[in-house]
Design a protein around this ligand. Sequence first.
Ligand SMILES: [Fe+2]
Length: 215
Amino acid sequence: MAVMMAQFTPSVVELGWVAADGTADQISQEPMVFAASWDFISEVGGPLTQEALSVLEENLKRSEYPEVIFDSRVQLLQKGEYSAIPGYHCDFYRRIDGQPDLTYDAQGWIASFSLVSNGWAGAETEVIAEPVDITWWDRKHVWKSVHDQVKDKSSLLLNHGCWNWISQKTIHRATPAKESTWRFWLRVAHTDNTKCVNKIRRQTMVYVVDESSGW
Ligand SMILES: [Fe+2]
C-alpha cells in the first residue's frame, strides 16, 4: 500500500481577551448555535456570546470575512470528560470514504474562545506547536495515525478567556476536565469546507476516552 506524506505547520495567535467572568449560572444560560452566520449568532447569542463577539470584531473585520461560520457549545463536564475530540486532528478537512483527506491543502483558519466556571478545571484546547511531517498508509483510521505521530511533540494549551486564532493546519485536541465545571465554547471558522445552517443547537455531548474509567 502506498505511503502518503503531508506537512502540518502550526500557526497560533492570541487575538484578544474577553472580560466576562463566566459563572456557572451565566454559562448554563447561554444559547448555543450550529453553523451560524454572523447575523444569526448576533441575533440569538446571549451575553457571553455578545461580549466575545465584540472582542472578536475588534480583531477581525466583519466586512472582510462576511461568510465565516460560528458554532458554540455549553457543557457540564465532570472530571475526566472531554468537551471535544480527545485525539489529535484538524477541523473541517475534506473526506474521502468518511476519512479525512490529508492531501487537502487546507488554507482556512479557526478562532475559538472558551470559558470555564471553575478556573482549576483544565479542559483547554491543546495544539501541536512544531511543524510535523505526517506519513500514513492506514485509510481507515487517519486521525488516529496522526495522533500517534504527534502525541510526543511539543504542544501548548490555549488559554481560556481569550480568542485564539489557529490556521486550519494546526493539529489540536481537547484536554480533559480536571474538576467538575461548566464550559462555554465559541468557534468561528473561515474555510471552504463548511456551510451555513443557522440553527439553534439544542443538545451537545461530552467525550471520554474510556467510559469504564469513571462510572
Ligand atoms: Fe477540533
